[in-house]
Design a protein around this ligand. Structure first.
Ligand code: FES
Ligand code: FES
Length: 177
């Protein structure tokens, strides 16, 4: 058994004793009842189980939870799909996913949402040129599998959020406004 303390969506959890071989996915879903994080392939191949890890240096990245132990998250701060909406209102990304009919069954959506959120935060710090937007979104979402094949809609939705605030996410240049 291992003692686990971590922050999820800004809220402290633990210390709690967990089995050494308990996956983070099972900890979230079975122990905390946070079923927004999905379990797909169970083999680090689809990223439907991905959550955001906020690192101490201010950067963030996603990580699968299906093959990673809960114990390895001790002391870390993560965000899950449950943390995106605030005060009962969907985030701009969530709204765009809905408006673009980006998902069908929705099973892959939490992973795509987390990855796109990390991208937005990265672009807010380090904008890219408008001409590189499509490639940037494609590369960021690469690795997330959607069995309903809704890739184009996801990409459109993420691009729409970025293009709605070009001064925030894109390098200043003629045509951005
Ligand atoms: S369920 Fe974790 S990567 Fe597929
Ligand atoms: S919407 Fe069904 S797996 Fe992506």
């Amino acid at each position: 058994m291992t003692t686990l303390s971590l922050t999820i969506n800004g809220r402290a959890y633990g210390p709690v004793q967990v089995r050494d071989n308990l996956s983070m996915n099972d900890f979230l879903r079975e122990h905390l009842g946070m079923t927004g994080t999905k379990f797909g392939c169970g083999a680090a191949q689809c990223l439907s189980c991905a959550v955001i890890v906020d690192d101490a240096d201010g950067t963030s990245h996603t990580t699968p939870t299906c093959v990673v132990s809960a114990a390895s998250f001790n002391g870390k701060a993560i965000r899950t799909v449950e943390g995106h909406a605030a005060n009962g209102e969907l985030s701009p990304l969530q709204k765009a996913f809905v408006e673009h009919f980006a998902f069908q069954c929705g099973y892959c959506t939490p992973g795509f949402l987390n990855e796109a959120q990390v991208l937005l935060e990265r672009l807010a710090k380090k904008p890219v040129a408008r001409v590189d937007l499509e490639k940037t979104v494609t590369e960021a979402l690469d690795g997330h599998l959607c069995r309903c094949t809704g890739y184009i809609k996801y990409h459109e939705a993420v691009r729409a959020v970025i293009l709605a605030e070009p001064g925030r996410y894109l390098l200043a240049q003629a045509g951005n406004g």
